[in-house]
Design a protein around this ligand. Sequence first.
Ligand code: ATP
Length: 351
Amino acid sequence: MSIKIGVIEGDGVGPEVVSWGVSTLEAVSRDSGLEFEFVKAPVGGSTYLETGKVLPEESLAILRGCAAVLKGPMGRPDIEAGVVERDGILALRQIFEQYVNIRPVKLFRGLEAASPLKDALLERGVDFVIIRENSEGLYARMGGMTATTATDINLFTERGVRRILEFAFDIAKKRGKKLVSVDKANVLSGSLYWRRMFEAMAKSHPEITCSSQLVDSFCILVLQDPSPRKWDVVVTDNMFGDIISDEAAAIVGSLGMSPSANFNPGGLSMYEPVHGSAPDIAGQGIANPLATILACAMMMRYTFDREDLAVKIEKAVQKALDEGFRTKDICAGEPHCSTEVMGEAVLKYLH
Ligand code: ATP
């Protein structure tokens, strides 16, 4: 029986990169025992202009019937800031209780020149994963604004903190058994609550080396030594996760190389590139499709528990880079190729 995959093309470069994600999933599923059926669910800025709704009921109904979702970036410069984020991206995360955001930070071989860090700092490689709490903190949408005051409540609940930390311990167990929690416990009570729970839970995981780091120190330390000897799994709250994962994406060369997952361990999860809709390059055929292709690897790993297929996709990406294919964002001044040429190169190695 075929497995339904929801496809949200999104806005800007979204359709250009998502089509390569679909091709990747088609290619990797061949002879794998998995058979995918792709169903489009229009959501985002263009959908809003066409229908008056960012997330129409019909799209929601389609997504509810899917096993996983491949999502493109959303947002258009001709729509007021916040509308698509609130009614599309944040709404989807809440409806499907995707309380975990997973962001791998991996430097692919050959992309050292695209990183702003010196070569010596990259010698040992970069390969860690950021687990970001995805439903609470400053994104709980509690607060408001008057003419003279604005507040945002930084919400931390026992249920919310415990479940994200449990997830992070679980991932640490499967990876390098090293977990760093990032907070601001010297100033914020929510962070202090988080740190106390982290330290209490660490006692039940003696096999994992656990430590806490203040977010400001983390931002410096990760630039001084981004290597696997220092970082393997990093867990943090919603706001800090948003910031440090963009910093980490820059370390590994480009937003165009960074995938992510909005994950619900018992429900529907959504896989997407970290980058936005990039209206400045939309329609030019030069967007890097690798973040979306790598998001498909995450889908294989986390929703379908197919590490073999995830690794197959990641190896195909590495081979395309080894062959010298570079889109403009990662070319570091060298000649670059189009979205299509890069997509075809990866597919060639998948077949
Ligand atoms: P958002 O707020 O929606 O996350 P943003 O304004 O932070 O978006 P992006 O849309 O991600 O930014 O674009 C930031 C820069 O990165 C732009 O110059 C854009 O062209 C570039 N960029 C983003 N995605 C890609 C990609 N896939 N390939 C090449 N360049 C990209």
